[in-house]
Design a protein around this ligand. Structure first.
Ligand code: AMP
Length: 386
């Protein structure tokens, strides 16, 4: 097999999607001397605003896809609901990572969980629910309590219902308006983890340290790195993630989220075929961030170990922190030592909308957590005092 050609700095890299993940990819690529072209239908997207080129068109627009292939040396993505067909069209003329088939697997919760099991990675018990008959089968085979989740297009806890009995199950399925669903056993969780892996065309893969995640209302709130788990469990999670990436013949950055049950079992929950919110700490705490790793994998540059140099805690800053469109007092949080602020340039704050994050590093994880909580409290401070 011939060595994949290196894409040198100076060339243009394309990204489908203009959100914060695209913006941070663009920052990493531009720092390394690449130009960036963003395809996003939003004229004011966070990544589109900082890229050298912004193609403002739908993801399926043939003219825009043609323009992207003429401009770029390679293309990647920053959100998983990219139409796989667009990736196939682009792949006819230039390198695209991740592969369309991997993105399709990640877009469907049922397919994804089936795939994890086929890779030898355990999940919660689950069953497909596409109609009333399958609902009955899921009730009998998996039982209660359960979560009924829409199989596609759900994120941040949206499109899911906790159900305790048959009446609730019927009502939940009706409220999801007949979309394909997956029925999942609700398990008591001891911890939630994520592992981010970068894999290149040669099949080399490098994992970042395992992250421990805390969610609020189904949305990631806090990530601690490294996770407070045993070395054995960390290695199990990393090995499972590498195995999943290999089975997908993956190229690019992939994140896999895991549950650790009360009895210590590791269960894969879902994957994202792109950098992940829980990996933002890598910008401030590692020698190579998840976004630089995305650039390296895309351009066939060497993938080196991330070398985390400081324990870190990341906290998401949601639109709820804004009051009557007034931004929090950033200077208060920035008084905290080794606290770095990342804002995504979104003009409108809405409850639940990810506006930015802060990362605190320290010599030990408890100190990083304490400082992150302090910085966050300073942002809340004035708000809650009134
Ligand atoms: P998801 O959209 O699948 O990432 O789910 C959002 C959050 O809901 C997860 O991070 C967990 O905190 C919780 N959750 C999802 N599925 C389950 C499950 N089967 N059992 C227990 N908690 C779950």
């Amino acid at each position: 097999m011939s060595e994949p050609a290196i894409i040198d700095p100076g060339q243009t890299l394309g990204v489908l999607g203009g959100g914060q993940l695209g913006r941070m990819f663009a920052h990493a690529a531009q720092r390394m001397g690449y130009e960036v072209a963003v395809l996003d239908p939003d004229a004011d997207s966070p990544a589109g605003r900082i890229a050298e080129h912004h193609l403002c068109a739908p993801y399926t627009d043939r003219h825009a896809l043609d323009a992207l292939s003429r401009l770029c040396a390679a293309v990647t993505i920053e959100f998983e609901n990219v139409p796989a067909e667009s990736l196939r069209v682009l792949a006819e003329s230039l390198p695209v990572c991740p592969p369309a088939a991997a993105v399709e697997t990640a877009q469907d919760r049922y397919r994804e969980k089936t795939f994890f099991n086929a890779c030898g990675v355990a999940t919660v018990a689950f069953a497909p629910v596409r109609d009333a008959v399958e609902l009955g089968t899921a009730v009998r085979s998996v039982g209660f309590p359960a979560l009924l989740k829409s199989a596609r297009l759900g994120y941040d806890g949206k499109g899911q219902h906790r159900v305790e009995n048959r009446d609730e199950a019927d009502a939940a399925f009706a409220s999801l308006q007949g979309v394909e669903c997956v029925w999942e056993q609700l398990v008591p969780l001891a911890r939630e983890l994520s592992v981010i892996v970068a894999r290149n065309a040669r099949g080399d893969s490098v994992t970042f340290p395992v992250v421990e995640n805390q969610h609020r209302d189904g949305i990631l709130a806090t990530s601690l790195a490294p996770a407070r788990i045993t070395d054995e469990l960390a290695e199990q999670a990393c090995a499972a993630t590498r195995g999943i990436a290999q089975a997908l013949n993956y190229r690019g950055v992939l994140a896999v989220e895991y549950f650790v049950t009360a009895s210590g079992e590791l269960l894969a929950n879902e994957m994202a075929p792109r950098p992940h919110n829980s990996g933002h700490y890598t910008i401030d705490a590692c020698a190579v961030s998840q976004f630089e790793q995305q650039v390296r994998a895309l351009c066939n540059l060497p993938l080196v170990g991330p070398a985390q140099h400081s324990p870190a805690v990341m906290m998401n800053l949601l639109g709820d922190l804004w009051r009557e469109e007034r931004a929090p007092d950033w200077a208060r949080a920035l008084q905290v030592p080794r606290c770095s602020l990342h804002l995504y340039g979104k003009r409108q704050a809405r409850p639940g909308r990810k506006m930015g994050h802060l990362t605190c590093t320290a010599d030990a994880l408890p100190a990083a957590l304490q400082n992150a909580e302090l910085a966050y409290a300073k942002l809340l401070g004035e708000r809650d005092a009134t």
